[in-house]
Design a protein around this ligand. Structure first.
Ligand code: NI
Length: 166
């Protein structure tokens, strides 16, 4: 894999790992917790994050970013085990899709984001598309902090990298 892309893939794996580490600490019961108005359940957060990874991965194939895809199976939201499987398989699918791209693909592919962000109207190269995914996941990491703090739960030791654990 292209070394620059590999570094970004590794950075994505790091953030993905932080999210998995939180989910591993939770019970099915805790997944039903919600912080307040406009905030879905904690389980919905993880389902959304996995679905976001799938959306970005599919866009690498279709060359078009589309959040209005068929609905995900919401029954997964209440099962820690099912969410872990979905989350892990989403990342594996992303990695294998990226591995299949040639150097030529990396130079020429432009992903159409016009359905979502006008300022990406010229299309995002693969690398920027992956950066956008990382930014999206970091937003949800911030939300997970709110859920965990509201529950009075410690963040996993791995979160030390973000300065959130002593
Ligand atoms: Ni989101």
């Amino acid at each position: 894999m292209d070394p620059t892309l590999q570094a970004t893939v590794d950075r994505h794996s790091l953030h993905h790992g932080l999210i998995v580490d939180v989910l591993e600490r939770l019970s099915d019961e805790l997944l039903g917790f919600t912080c307040g108005r406009g905030m879905g359940t904690l389980g919905k957060q993880f389902l959304h994050i996995a679905d976001v990874e799938v959306s970005y991965t599919e866009a690498l194939g279709t060359r078009r970013m589309d959040f209005a895809r068929p609905a995900v199976d919401h029954s997964l939201e209440s099962s820690q085990r099912d969410l872990l499987v979905f989350l892990r398989s989403a990342e594996q699918r992303l990695r294998s899709t990226l591995r299949e791209l040639t150097q030529g693909d990396l130079e020429t592919i432009r992903i159409d984001w016009t359905r979502t962000h006008q300022h990406y109207a010229d299309g995002l190269p693969v690398h920027s598309h992956l950066e956008a995914l990382i930014e999206h996941e970091i937003l949800h990491e911030g939300e997970l902090v709110v859920y965990m703090r509201s529950l009075g739960l410690e963040l996993p030791p791995s979160w030390k990298i973000l300065g959130l654990v002593r």
